[in-house]
Design a protein around this ligand. Sequence first.
Ligand SMILES: C[S@@+](CC[C@H](N)C(=O)[O-])C[C@H]1O[C@@H](n2cnc3c(N)ncnc32)[C@H](O)[C@@H]1O
Length: 198
Amino acid sequence: MPLTAELYDYLIAHSAERDPVLSELAAETLTRFPAAAGMQIGPEQGTFMTLLTQFTGASRALEIGTFTGYSAICVARGLSASGKLTCCDVSEDWTSLARKYWELAGVADRIDLQLRPALETLQAMPATETLDFAFIDADKTGYIGYWEEIVPRMRPGGAILVDNTLSHGRVIDPAADGRVTLVLLPVGDGLTLARKHG
Ligand SMILES: C[S@@+](CC[C@H](N)C(=O)[O-])C[C@H]1O[C@@H](n2cnc3c(N)ncnc32)[C@H](O)[C@@H]1O
């Protein structure tokens, strides 16, 4: 069934109410960075990510591609009380807005922002199975490299989300990776959800 504008409005209207902090963040992102604002995830994806983080009981999470911090708030809110989210980005400008809204959302103390190429941050992380949740949403050419660094660091049963997997073709070949079970969902422009085998 094609997702028309009317159906999308219906979908939003029948999902969780939008949080005022997230709505303000989306509005300020559009005002300050109009050319880049389309990179932000949609509200239904944000709620989905909070629920998924809660369902998996995640306490150790990772995000590759933070922009102005919308998805990071959604993940951080779903973490357990002592949870931590490592955010990777290279833009001081965009993430300065993220820091402002992380304070407003009350999640700043659970987020560690690493401002350098994500591959460097990943390679500096312990090579043990410590991550419960990971979200890949950065430069598309880097996806395979991020995937290969992330999968060995996921705990068995951990969840990996990969964004834009319909609009950017097959960034991950499920048949070629026996370490995960994977589904491509029609959320946004394609959202792949993978579970590392337990
Ligand atoms: C699609 S946006 C992320 C959107 C964000 N998840 C949200 O919900 O608002 C992609 C981000 O990846 C960042 N990025 C691009 N190349 C990167 C790299 N090599 N390492 C880390 N971040 C990178 C960009 O600066 C940009 O903020």
